[in-house]
Write a protein that binds this ligand. Structure first.
Ligand code: GCO
Ligand code: MG
Length: 402
C-alpha cells in the first residue's frame, strides 16, 4: 500500500489544531495530530518542507521503518517540533493499518486490557469555595477522578483558573500574557484547598493537582508532605524536570504520588525518573512523544519499574490525539489514568469521533482505525488564529516557570 499524498490541515474551531492526513493508493487514509500549542507553524513547516517529500511512494504498512527513517534520518534527534511531526506521521499510519485490517486500533496493539479508560476532569475556581462547587459539578457528571486548581489570594492569574465555564484555555492571546507568581502565597493556600475538598466531598473521589513547574525541589517536597493527609492521586509537575535528579530530593521527603512528563518528547527525557522510581506516573502522550510507536517504548520501560501511564489530555491535544491515546490506554498493561479536558462543540464538529464518556470512563469505540476523522470543509471555515501561552514572573519581576 503506497503513500500517494500527505497534506497538513490547520484549523481554529475555538483553538488551533494541526492535522496531518496521509492518503494511499488503496483509497485508505489516516490522520494524525501535530499540534504544538503556541508553536503550531513550526511543525507545519517541518512536515511540509522536510517530512512529506520523503513519505511519498513509501509502503504505508512499514510504520517502524518510517519512524526510524524520520528519527535517525534527520540527524538532529528529539525535540518537541521533530517529535510532534514524527508523531503525526506515526498516528496516521497506525490509523491506516487498523482501517486496512478492519479493526479498531486497540485490537492491533494487543487487545483490550480493561473495560474502559479512567479519566480525570478539571475543576477550577477563583477561590476555594468556587473550586469545591466545581468538583461537585464534575461528580454530578459522573467523574471519579478530578483535578482541582484554585485562584491564590495575592497571585494574579494563578495557573489553572479558567475565565469561566467548562473550558480552560491558557493560550489565549497573540502575544504572551504576563502573570505574577508568589510561591509563599501558594504554599500556604494549596493544602487548605484539599482540606476543604476532602471535608466536602469525602474519601472516595480521586483528587489530582497540577503545580505546573512552579516550585524548587525543596518547596515541592514541603508541599507533598503538607498534602499527604488529603491522599492525592497525584501531584503533577511539582518542579521542572529537565534535571531528572532533582526528583530524588522530592521523593526522599514525601509519599504523595508524583506525575511528570507532559512536555517530554523522548524516552531519554524520563529514563532516570523511571529507572530510579522517582515518579509514579509518566504523562507523555501520543502527539508530543513520537506517536504510538515511541509511547509504547516509554510505557514498556515504565512497566519494568511499576510506573504507570497518565497521559496529558488538555484541550490543545486534538480529538485525533485523544482518540489514538484512548486506544493506547485501553491496551497498555501499566495504564494509570488519562487526562480528559473536553473540547468545545465547534472542535467536536470538525473532528467527528467514536470515543464516548460514560460513568467516569472513556471508551475509544470500535470503528476501524483510531475512530477520529476530520471534516475538511468545516475545518476550512476556521482560519489559523495566532495564540501563545502566558509567561510568569515573580513579584519582583524575575521571569519564572509558567
Ligand atoms: C495539563 C497541562 C496543560 C498545559 C497545556 C499547555 O496538565 O493539562 O499542564 O493545561 O498547560 O497543555 O499547552
Ligand atoms: Mg500539567
Amino acid at each position: 500500500m503506497k503513500i500517494t499524498r500527505a497534506t497538513v490541515i490547520v484549523t481554529c474551531p475555538g483553538r488551533n489544531f494541526v492535522t496531518l492526513k496521509i492518503e494511499t493508493d488503496e483509497g485508505v487514509y489516516g490522520i494524525g495530530d501535530a499540534t504544538l500549542n503556541g508553536r503550531e507553524k513550526a511543525v507545519v513547516a517541518y512536515l511540509e518542507d522536510h517530512v512529506i517529500p520523503v513519505l511519498i511512494g513509501r509502503d504505508a504498512h512499514r510504520i517502524e521503518d518510517i519512524w526510524q527513517y524520520l528519527y535517525k534520518g534527520a540527524y538532529w534527534r528529539r525535540g518537541p517540533v521533530t517529535m510532534s511531526a514524527i508523531a503525526a506521521v506515526d498516528t496516521a499510519l497506525w490509523d491506516i493499518k487498523a482501517k486496512a485490517a478492519g479493526l479498531p486500533l486497540y485490537q492491533i496493539l494487543g487487545g483490550a486490557s480493561r473495560e474502559g479508560v479512567l479519566v480525570y476532569g478539571h475543576a477550577n475556581g477563583a477561590d476555594i469555595g468556587e473550586t469545591a462547587d466545581a468538583v461537585g459539578r464534575y461528580r454530578d457528571m459522573g467523574y471519579r477522578a478530578i483535578r482541582a486548581q484554585s485562584g491564590v489570594p495575592g497571585v494574579k492569574g494563578a495557573y489553572g483558573v479558567g475565565k469561566g465555564g467548562l473550558y480552560y484555555e491558557p493560550a489565549d492571546s497573540a502575544l504572551p500574557e504576563e502573570t505574577v507568581w508568589s510561591t509563599p502565597h501558594y504554599l500556604r493556600h494549596a493544602p487548605k484547598l484539599f482540606e476543604r475538598l476532602r471535608a466536602e466531598h469525602g474519601e472516595e473521589i480521586e483528587l489530582l493537582h497540577d503545580v505546573h513547574h512552579r516550585l524548587t525541589p525543596i518547596e515541592a517536597a514541603r508541599l507533598g508532605k503538607d498534602l499527604e493527609p488529603f491522599r492525592l492521586f497525584w501531584m503533577e509537575d511539582c518542579t521542572p524536570a529537565e534535571n531528572q535528579e532533582a526528583f530524588r530530593l522530592v521523593r526522599r521527603h514525601t509519599t504523595t504520588p508524583l506525575a511528570v512528563g507532559e512536555i517530554f518528547n523522548s524516552v531519554h527525557d524520563c529514563r532516570t525518573l523511571i529507572q530510579e522510581q522517582l515518579i509514579d506516573f509518566i504523562r507523555t502522550t501520543v502527539v508530543h512523544a513520537g506517536g504510538i510507536t515511541h509511547l509504547r517504548q516509554i510505557a514498556g520501560l515504565a512497566a519494568l519499574y511499576q510506573v504507570r501511564t497518565g497521559s496529558h489530555g488538555a484541550t490543545d491535544l486534538s480529538p485525533v490525539c485523544m482518540g489514538a491515546a484512548l486506544h493506547f490506554d485501553l491496551w497498555v498493561p501499566n495504564f494509570g489514568i488519562q487526562e480528559y479536558m473536553r473540547h468545545t462543540e465547534e472542535t467536536d464538529a470538525v473532528f467527528p469521533h467514536a470515543y464516548r464518556f460514560e460513568n467516569g470512563y472513556l471508551h475509544p469505540g470500535d470503528t476501524p482505525g483510531h475512530g477520529v476523522d476530520i471534516d475538511e470543509a468545516l475545518a476550512a471555515k476556521y482560519p489559523y488564529n495566532p495564540k501563545q501561552l502566558p509567561v510568569a514572573r515573580l513579584t519582583d519581576g524575575t521571569l519564572w516557570n509558567w
